[in-house]
Design a protein around this ligand. Structure first.
Ligand SMILES: Cc1ncc(C[n+]2csc(CCOP(=O)(O)OP(=O)(O)O)c2C)c(N)n1
Length: 655
C-alpha cells in the first residue's frame, strides 16, 4: 500500500517535470499506517465536523496527500488529476491549497505554518468539546512535519503553546529524515527534537518510520497520552530510489526515467505509471471506507442531542452569524454612543464594543500576545482558556504573535470559532506570514492591532508603525480598518465579523479621540470603505480632505481653519481602502469627488494613497520613522497638524 503512494509520487513528479518525490516516498509508511488504521475520515463527506484533521505541514510533499486522497476514494481526486499534477486548474497544485482541493485541511508550503495551524485546530477541538460535549466533538489532529517545519521559529511558538495547554489530542509525526535542500541536516542543525518537545511539555518518542508495527504502536501510545505527542519517525528520504534515496537529490526534482525504473525494481512495483494493481487499490478503498460507520454514528448522536444545542452547533460549524443578534448588538451600542458620546481611544471603543458583541456571538474567542491590558481585547466576563478549563474564551497566547496568528487560522479552519487577537500594529510584521495565508485561504480571523501610529508616543520609533498600514493594505483579500472614533469602531467590528471570506485588521489608537459621529445613525457608513463625514460649507468644496483613524479629527480641524479663510472643504473618512476599492466605479467616484485639491492625512507612509487622491494630491503624514516623545509633540514635530493641512491646501489652491 505504501508503494502505491511512492509510485504515484514518482510518476506525477516525473510527468510534471517538477515537484518533490522525496518526502512522499520517505513518509509513505507513516501515512499508510495513519490513514489505514487510525485517521477518522470519510472521503464521502470531507467536511464532516468531527473528522480527525490531517495537516501536511511540509506542503512541498503535496503528492503524499494527493496520493492518499486518490487511493482512499475522494471522488474528485481522480487519476486524471494526479496526472495533471502542478498544471493550471488541476486539483493537484504544487502545494496543497485549502478550499481548492477537497480533503485539504489547510494551505501549506511556507514551512512551520501547518504545525501552528494544527495547534489552533486542536485548541478549537478542546474548546468546542467543552462547550458542546465529547459526544459531538471528539477528534484528533495529526500533523506531518519535516525538518524544515521544525527549524522555523514559528514551530517553537506553536510547540510551547500546545504543551502549555496540554492539547492531548494533537499528534505530530515528524518525518525525521535528516535531509533538507542544502544536504544533510548536520550542515545547519543539531537540535535533539525529542528533548525539545519534552521540554515544552509533550510526550515524545523516536521510532523507525519504515516499521509499520512501530508506527502503529507509537500512535496507540500517543492517543492515550495526557499531553500532546510527537513521534520522531526515522525515515529515508526518497525511499526506494536506487541512487538518490537518503540524499537531497530526491527532495525537490523529478527522479528521471532510469532512477524510477530502478526504484520500481527495488520496491518490487511492476505496475506501469499511474496504474495501481486491483488488489492494492481494493485495500486502500477498504481503508477509505472505515470511517463511514463512524460518521453515521456521529450523525445519530448529533440528531439525539437537545434540539436547541444541535441548531447552535450546526450554525456555529457552518460559520453562519446570528444576524439578528449582531444587528441588535450594534444598534444598542450605537444608540448608547448617540445618547452619551465618548471621547475615548479606539482601543477602548473596541473594548466597549466587545463587551456586547462577545455576548451576542459566543463563537468569538479572543486573545492577546501578552498585551491584554493594552489591546483591551478581554472583556469583563471572559474566562481565560487553560489546560484545566478549555471553555474559557480568552487565550493568553504569550509573547508569540506569529504562533497566535497561525493558530487563529487553524481555529477558523476547524470551524465553530471566530478568533480575534490582540497585539501592537507594529508587530503585524511578526504575524504577517500567517495573515497572508488567512487572506489566501479566505478565513475570517480578526486582528485587533492597537498603538497604531506615532500617537502611541513615548515608546518611540521601535513601537511606532509607519509603513504597516501600507504593507497590510498590499495583502490581497485583507481588510485593514482604521476607525476614527467610537462609532466607526463599532461599525468596523461589524464589518469584520461579517467578512466571511477573509481576514481583517482593526488598527486602533492608544490615545483618546473625539467622537465625530454624533446623533442617531443606524446606517453602517463604513461599509463603503469611505464616506463624506463633514460636507463643505459656504459653497462647493474646493478641497477634499481624506483621512483615517486619529487623523480624521485633524482633517476636521483643518476644514475649520480653511473655512475661516473662506475656503469650503469637505472631510472624507476612509476607514477601509479595500471596501472603497471594491465599491462600484460610480459610487467610488462620487465618494472621492472632484475638487480642485485633494489632500490625504494619515500618520503613516504615503504609499497607496495616490489611488484616492491622484498623484497630484498632497499627502500629510510620515516620511520616515517616528521618535520617542509625548505624542502631541510628535504630531507637531512631524507636521501632522490642522495648520499644516490647511497651509498645504492654501498653497496648492494658489499654484
Ligand atoms: C518558510 C519557508 N522557507 C523556505 C522554504 C523552501 N523549502 C521548501 S522545502 C525546504 C526544506 C526541505 O527540508 P525538509 O523540510 O527536511 O523536507 P525534506 O527534504 O525532508 O522533503 C525549504 C527550505 C519554504 N517552503 N518555506
Amino acid at each position: 500500500m505504501a508503494n502505491a503512494i511512492r509510485a504515484l509520487a514518482m510518476d506525477a513528479v516525473e510527468q510534471a517535470k517538477s515537484g518533490h518525490p522525496g518526502l512522499p516516498m520517505g513518509a509513505a509508511d507513516i501515512a499508510t499506517v495513519l490513514f489505514s488504521r487510525f485517521l477518522k475520515f470519510d472521503p464521502a463527506d470531507p467536511a464532516w465536523p468531527d473528522r480527525d484533521r490531517f495537516v501536511l505541514s511540509a506542503g512541498h510533499g503535496s503528492m503524499l496527500l494527493y496520493a492518499l486522497l486518490h487511493l482512499t476514494g475522494y471522488e474528485a481526486m481522480t487519476i486524471g488529476e494526479i496526472k495533471r499534477f502542478r498544471q493550471f486548474g488541476s486539483l493537484t497544485p504544487g502545494h496543497p491549497e485549502y478550499g481548492h482541493t477537497p480533503g485539504v485541511e489547510t494551505t501549506t508550503g511556507p514551512l512551520g505554518q501547518g504545525l501552528a495551524n494544527a495547534v489552533g485546530m486542536a485548541i478549537a477541538e478542546r474548546h468546542l468539546a467543552a462547550e458542546f460535549g465529547g459526544d459531538i466533538v471528539d477528534h484528533f489532529t495529526y500533523v506531518l512535519t519535516s525538518d524544515g517545519d521544525l527549524m522555523e521559529g514559528i514551530s517553537q511558538e506553536a510547540i510551547a503553546l500546545a504543551g502549555h495547554l496540554r492539547l492531548k489530542k494533537l499528534i505530530v509525526l515528524f518525518d525525521d529524515n535528516g535531509i533538507s535542500i542544502d544536504g544533510p541536516l548536520a550542515l545547519a542543525d543539531s537540535v535533539d527534537q525529542v528533548k525539545r518537545f519534552e521540554a515544552a511539555g509533550w510526550t515524545a518518542t523516536r521510532i523507525d518510520g519504515h516499521d509499520p508495527a512501530a508506527i502503529a504502536a507509537a500512535l496507540e501510545t500517543a492517543k492515550k497520552s495526557e499531553r500532546p505527542s510527537m513521534i520522531a519517525c526515522r525515515t529515508i528520504i526518497g525511499f526506494g530510489a536506487p541512487t538518490k534515496a537518503g540524499s537531497e537529490k530526491s527532495h525537490g526534482s523529478a527522479l528521471g526515467a532510469e532512477e524510477i525504473a530502478g526504484a520500481r525494481q527495488k520496491l518490487g512495483w511492476t505496475a506501469p505509471a499511474f496504474e495501481i494493481p486491483a488488489a492494492i487499490r481494493a485495500q486502500w478503498r477498504t481503508a477509505g471506507e472505515r470511517g463511514r460507520p463512524l460518521r453515521l454514528a456521529w450523525q445519530a448522536r448529533l440528531a439525539a442531542i437537545d434540539p436547541a444545542k444541535r441548531v447552535e452547533f450546526t450554525r456555529r460549524t457552518q460559520g453562519a452569524l446570528p444576524a439578528d443578534k449582531l444587528t441588535a448588538a450594534v444598534r444598542s451600542l450605537k444608540k448608547n454612543l448617540a445618547e452619551a458620546p465618548k471621547e475615548i481611544a479606539t482601543r477602548s471603543a473596541s473594548e466597549f464594543a466587545l463587551e456586547t458583541l462577545t455576548v451576542a456571538l459566543p463563537e468569538m474567542v479572543g486573545g492577546s500576545a501578552d498585551l491584554t491590558g493594552s489591546n483591551n481585547t478581554r472583556t469583563k466576563a471572559m474566562k481565560a482558556m487553560s489546560a484545566a478549563d478549555y471553555s474559557g474564551r480568552f487565550i493568553h497566547y504569550g509573547v508569540r504573535e506569529h504562533g497566535m496568528a497561525a493558530a487563529m487560522n487553524g481555529m477558523s479552519l476547524h470551524g465553530g470559532i471566530i478568533p480575534y487577537s490582540g497585539t501592537f500594529l507594529v508587530f503585524s510584521d511578526y504575524c504577517r506570514p500567517a495573515i497572508r495565508l488567512a487572506a489566501l485561504m479566505g478565513r475570517r480571523v480578526i486582528h485587533v492591532m492597537t498603538h497604531d501610529s506615532i500617537g502611541l508616543g513615548e515608546d518611540g520609533p521601535t513601537h511606532q508603525p509607519v509603513e504597516h498600514l501600507a504593507a497590510l493594505r498590499a495583502i490581497p483579500n485583507l481588510k485593514v480598518f482604521r476607525p476614527c472614533d467610537a462609532v466607526e469602531t463599532i461599525e468596523c467590528w461589524q464589518l469584520a465579523l461579517q467578512s466571511e471570506n477573509g481576514p481583517s485588521v482593526l488598527a486602533l489608537t492608544r490615545q483618546n479621540l473625539p467622537q465625530l459621529r454624533l446623533g442617531p445613525d443606524e446606517e453602517n457608513r463604513c461599509a463603503r470603505g469611505a464616506y463624506e463625514l463633514v460636507p463643505a460649507e459656504g459653497g462647493d468644496a474646493a478641497v477634499s480632505l481624506f483621512a483615517t483613524g486619529s487623523e480624521v479629527a485633524i482633517a476636521v480641524a483643518a476644514r475649520k481653519l480653511l473655512a475661516a479663510s473662506g475656503i469650503p472643504a469637505r472631510v472624507v473618512s476612509v476607514p477601509c481602502f479595500e471596501l472603497l476599492f471594491a465599491a462600484p466605479e460610480a459610487e467610488r467616484a462620487a465618494i472621492i469627488g472632484k475638487t480642485k485639491v485633494n489632500i490625504a492625512v494619515e500618520a503613516g507612509m504615503r504609499q497607496g494613497w495616490d489611488a484616492i487622491t491622484g498623484s497630484a494630491g498632497v499627502f500629510v503624514g510620515m516620511t520616515g520613522f517616528g521618535a520617542s516623545a509625548p505624542y502631541k509633540e510628535l504630531y507637531q514635530h512631524f507636521g501632522v497638524t490642522p495648520e499644516k493641512v490647511a497651509d498645504a491646501a492654501l498653497t496648492r489652491l494658489k499654484s
